[in-house]
Design a protein around this ligand. Structure first.
Ligand code: ADP
Length: 722
């Protein structure tokens, strides 16, 4: 069976996502790989499919118990023999797993890093045919990563102890170039294919709010999230306790998770969340790494995390199923102080090093905190900010974040900037933002008067609100007119560009919100596909019953997106059931009858007809516009959509068309300068797909253009793409 057939049979998906196919092919040719792909991109399939196709067994080093359990459960459900070895098993159970492994019972074994070199496991590994070693969450090997784990450093020792070196694959969601280099060199990867598939998660809506009353803002946000699962991250255990308690008082089904709770309580709280028995998990960052709950519809950060890496990883736990999801950060100045304290007072996984290494790490952490703070204060596109942080070149607007959705106007703030800079100068560059603002606004605050700032010529010369002056000061810091120091009590000093403004030779412009417009509620309207809610509820109840019987999380049976696709396709035959995204052979055999029965009953009880599955009466390909002039894939999809929507179908995306063309062998993905690019194959060129170089946003890119024949071919297959 080839890789695509395995994808269909075991996972129930039609096409590979960006990057997956190449990594799988390279591994099958015994090339080491490093996959840097965002959360939810589908890293697991990149190693699981080759593992199924290779001769021996694949070992997957993974840092977290919950992740292993989840993945092994999902594999077993898909009909694959897999097991895990970690501290949740007794010695007797481990012994049993190894005994079965020796008899060749498993294709994949997940193992905690600290277990690799135990004598039992090593002796098993030395006698086994190990075809691949996969290192998941590979950034844990780097001291420069945000989650360094000393036990990862011993992986090379384990590899060296094996009788022959297996092919090695490493995966992570977050890796700056420095961490990337570390992974390659510390794991001794041999000329690996490094695949970076881009960090963008277009289905995540990003927003920063700066509310006076955080709990009020959270309650307001939750009003639009009835029955949706979500996580509220807080920076301290005390805040977790407080927020959870208040949510419960407000009759939300919430639970909590932090390192201060007994193991049992943490486990049952996590299970309640995974099994949808509670709606909201309030937690510190101890919760979540490796949680594969796919239907998390929102992640609220009650406090700002310490760096952009952590933020994006935590926020990225929303929307793994590809459905629209909200990531909202509730910022306050106190968050910066709490984080600074945490940075100064933690030894945070770092092994004890010499004084200068420690100082370097502190420096690095303070810089990262500053960059996180800038995310909270920028009025520019939030997605753009994050993508730039990870070294990508984003488009100017994403139209799916708080900044892009707010109505901004560009305002000339030169005079306020001059006053602010002049005030900083007169205060001898020795005070923080609050003190400067108090002075500018003529505060009668005891400290201002005691220090004699009421005598300065800049005392009371600004009329703006505190919030407006804060926004201007932040802009001056972000643009280099002012510098904020990194220490525990940061002060602001004049920056390199200050002179331009003080001398009157430069103007300062910034974007300010025209009107207050919180867009989360609006965002709810962007629901992707309309489905019959009643049928969805029927299927969800059935899934819940099955999950309870088997003591498994509901999403391990089927994801929400699979239930949605069932509502659209209403399959009543085994063939049509297999066309549902996320239904593979094993699950169709195991659960198919129950779900089809439920659908048939629903259709009958409601006097509804089955959805047409073959060529529709309503869709006539001949009515889709086709031109001699070659066009892009998005244009082809747009033209098809005009006709689909008129006939009551949902839309298809250019990306969907691309995946199908890849699956059909018309297009292939190749790596160019660390990026993956889609180009037509021989077969694709014959069909009339040609690739052309274009200059877009200052960058040379290759785009594919579809001639008449290619357009016709796609249009004729439109219904297969739904
Ligand atoms: P990651 O480990 O990168 O965070 P996962 O491997 O958990 O992501 O995959 C995220 C989700 O995407 C899973 O539900 C998985 O089944 C789904 N997925 C992965 N590859 C595909 C594909 N080619 N087509 C459709 N869904 C996919």
């Amino acid at each position: 069976m080839d890789a695509l057939a395995i994808l269909r049979q075991y996972y129930g998906y039609d096409a590979f996502r960006s990057g997956q196919e190449q990594l799988i092919n390279d591994l099958l040719q015994s090339k080491d790989v490093l996959g840097i792909m965002p959360t939810g991109a589908g890293k697991s399939i990149c190693f699981q499919i080759p593992a199924l196709m290779m001769g021996g067994v694949t070992l997957i080093v993974s840092p977290l118990i919950s992740l292993m359990k989840d993945q092994v459960n999902a594999l077993i459900q898909a009909g694959v023999a897999a097991a895990y070895i970690n501290s949740s098993l007794t010695e007797k159970q481990i012994h049993l797993v190894l005994q079965r492994a020796r008899a060749g019972a498993y294709k994949l074994i997940y193992i905690a890093p600290e277990r690799l070199l135990t004598s039992d496991f090593l002796s098993f590994a030395q006698g086994a045919d190990i075809s691949m070693l996969t290192v998941d969450e590979a950034h844990c090997i780097s001291q420069w990563g945000h989650d360094f784990r000393p036990s990862y450093s011993r992986i090379p020792e384990f590899i060296a102890a094996l009788s022959s070196r297996p092919v090695i694959s490493a995966f992570t969601a977050t890796a700056t170039p420095k961490v990337r280099e570390d992974i390659v060199s510390l794991l001794l990867l041999e000329k690996p294919t490094v695949m970076v598939t881009g960090f963008d998660r277009p289905n995540l809506y990003l927003e920063v709010q700066k509310p006076k009353d955080k709990f009020g803002a959270l309650s307001e946000f939750l009003k639009s999230k009835k029955e949706k699962s979500g996580i509220v991250y807080c920076s301290t255990r005390a805040t977790v306790e407080e927020v959870c308690e208040r949510l419960i008082q407000n009759r939300y089904k919430a639970s909590r998770y932090h390192a201060g709770l007994p193991d049992d309580e943490r486990r049952s709280s996590q299970d309640d969340f995974l099994y949808d028995r509670i709606q909201i998990m309030v937690a510190t960052n101890a919760f979540g790494m490796g949680i594969d709950k796919s239907n998390v519809a929102f992640v609220v950060h009650y406090n700002m995390p310490k760096d952009v890496e952590s933020y994006y990883q935590e926020a990225g736990r929303a929307g793994r199923d590809g459905e629209p999801a909200d990531c909202v950060l509730l910022y306050s100045g106190q968050d910066v102080r709490t984080n600074l304290w945490l940075i100064e007072n933690s030894n945070n996984n770092e092994e004890p090093g010499d004084e200068s290494t420690r100082e370097q790490i502190l420096e690095r952490d303070r810089r990262r905190l500053r960059e996180m703070t800038f995310y909270c204060s920028t009025n520019d596109c939030l997605r753009g900010y994050i993508l730039k942080y990870f070294g990508e070149v984003p488009p100017p607007n994403c139209n799916n974040c708080g900044s892009c959705k707010t109505n901004f106007e560009t305002v000339d703030v030169t005079v306020s900037a001059q006053k602010t800079l002049s005030c900083v100068y007169r205060m001898k560059e020795r005070y923080g933002v609050s003190m400067v603002i108090d002075t500018l606004r003529g505060s009668k605050n005891e400290r201002v008067l005691r220090l004699g700032f009421d005598k300065l010529s800049t005392y009371g010369i600004c009329e703006q609100s505190e919030q407006q002056l804060r926004a201007i000061t932040n802009h001056l810091i972000l643009s280099g007119y002012l510098v904020k120091t990194d220490d525990e009590y940061p002060v602001i000093r004049l920056g390199e560009r200050a002179n331009e403004v003080l001398r009157g030779s430069g103007a300062v412009h910034m974007k300010l919100p025209k009107e207050k417009e919180i867009s989360v509620a609006k965002h709810e309207e962007r629901k992707a596909v309309k489905v019959d809610r009643r049928l969805f509820d029927v299927l969800r109840d059935l899934r819940r019953r099955i999950a309870n019987e088997q003591n498994l999380p509901a999403y391990v049976i089927f994801h929400d997106s699979t239930l949605t696709d069932m509502c659209i396709k209403t399959p009543t035959t085994p063939e049509s059931l297999l066309s549902v995204s996320g239904v593979g052979q094993a699950k169709a055999e195991r659960y198919g009858k129950q779900f089809m029965d439920a659908i048939v009953n629903f259709l009958r009880d409601n006097n509804l007809e089955e959805m047409p599955s073959g060529p529709s009466k309503g869709f006539d390909p001949a009515t889709v516009e086709i031109t001699d002039e070659p066009v892009t894939v998005n244009m082809v999809a747009d033209r098809i959509n005009c006709v689909l929507i008129e006939n009551g179908y949902k839309k298809i995306s250019g990306q969907r068309v691309n995946s199908w063309l890849i699956a059909e062998g018309y297009i292939t993905t190749v790596a160019r300068n660390d990026k993956s690019v889609k180009i037509p194959t021989e077969k694709g060129r014959e069909l009339g797909i040609n690739s052309e170089e274009r200059f877009i946003r200052g960058e040379q890119v290759e785009i594919n253009l579809y001639g008449r024949n290619a357009q016709e071919h796609i249009v004729n297959n439109s219904l297969r793409l739904l």
